[in-house]
Design a binder for this molecule. Sequence first.
Ligand code: MN
Length: 502
Amino acid sequence: MKKLNNKEIWFITGSQHLYGPEVLKQVAQHSETIVNGLNQDAPLLVGFKYKDVVKTPDEILQTCIAANADPNCIGVVVWMHTFSPAKMWIRGLSNLRKPLCHLHTQFNAEIPWESIDMDFMNLNQAAHGDREFGHIMSRMRKKRKIVVGHWQSPSVQQKLAVWSRVAMGWHELQTMKVARIGDNMREVAVTEGDKVEAQLRFGFSVNGYDTTDVLRYLPGESASEVSALLDVYENEYNLTDSLKKGGKSRASLVEAARIELALKAFLENGGFGAFTDTFENLGEFRQLPGIASQRLMADGYGFGAEGDWKTAALLRSMKTMAQGLDGGTSFMEDYTYHFTPEKSYVLGSHMLEICPSIASHKPSCEIHPLGIGGKADPVRLVFNSKTGPALNASLVDMGNRFRLIINEVEAVAPQADLPKLPVARVLWDAKPNLETAATAWILAGGAHHTVYTQALTTEYMEDFADMAGIEIVVIDEGTNIRDFKNQLNANEVYYHLFELRC
Ligand code: MN
């Protein structure tokens, strides 16, 4: 896999001077072998960088401080080949600000039954060395991922790959700017929240702009970039007749292309990674950005409708984690239900803005009335999405903390052609079933807006919640409402105490 060459994960091995220089030399060699092996074999988006074996409190502190200060270091993996008394780690871990993964592995896979002696026992001590290290992290309430198993096993390499992708998504948030074009949909609760607290917790900043800030970049109708983009539309999508050259709504497609170019220039110029808009604050926009938002999402931008900056930021972070993986990731909304006595489904969609990365076929490009917002009919891409496993993620502000809610789902094919539905859509079977899933989701305060992904699994989201230090609740095959309520109640107490402690 092609690695992002300017970012890296530091691999730090802990030990102590007790063992003498010969053993420490072997520890260093083994660590380098592991790093080289992982870089070669593991499906890593970001390469691992071998750092020296640390043996004293000062070396540990200096390495942690250096990791914090290095803008290319997006996280650290730590392993105790030998025993490394963990009080030595207190100062370093207290200072470490980068995501932390504890690799609980061993250089050799199997015990060499015939040759094992005391030298071997003195060198290969992760089984107890890593427990000492684990104790101090738990004592310090340090959030981290723990990966257990031999470093050459595919499951260990996959877990490290997941965590390193999440570290990229986390790194992206640290400096991310979200442009909120217009404010929130009036009176809506769940899309609101504490932007100052979000910046403290996640790193990203959210600031407001007018549509005039975007329209400064609006190209003329006959600009060459407009006609070039119209060619892209023609090539990549099936244009409905009225949008084709000479068609009665061709001017609307030209307008949609201008809006896309203006938005893109605005985002690039301002260095934004995500944006929101809202149909109630469209200003001089002649149509709600439909195809523009869809294509910008496909380019990797985060997007949230109706001012939903939390979903916009989460979408950008999740797209960063998912880069190069199979399956798309999109803004989504639980739109309408299909209830039957046997099985019930959710039809997910939005009034326009679903990312074509989840499309199962060449989208059609269409124009239809919107019915709200009082603007001209917007152009949009219409498609069905791919079937298969997926999840919905919702980030909400509970007043004293952020909560991440996950529902695992199975996307299925719609049961008919939906010839009159003018929006992109996905039909899913929510786990464990719609009744339990929706009950749990509503109890947890989950939003109607989500990030929908077929590229990432719950494991990514659990790693993300740990990096952010936020609550996560997962609705999956094993969910039952009584336990779920108890979990929410327990979390209320936990996070209240957690707040007092910090
Ligand atoms: Mn919405």
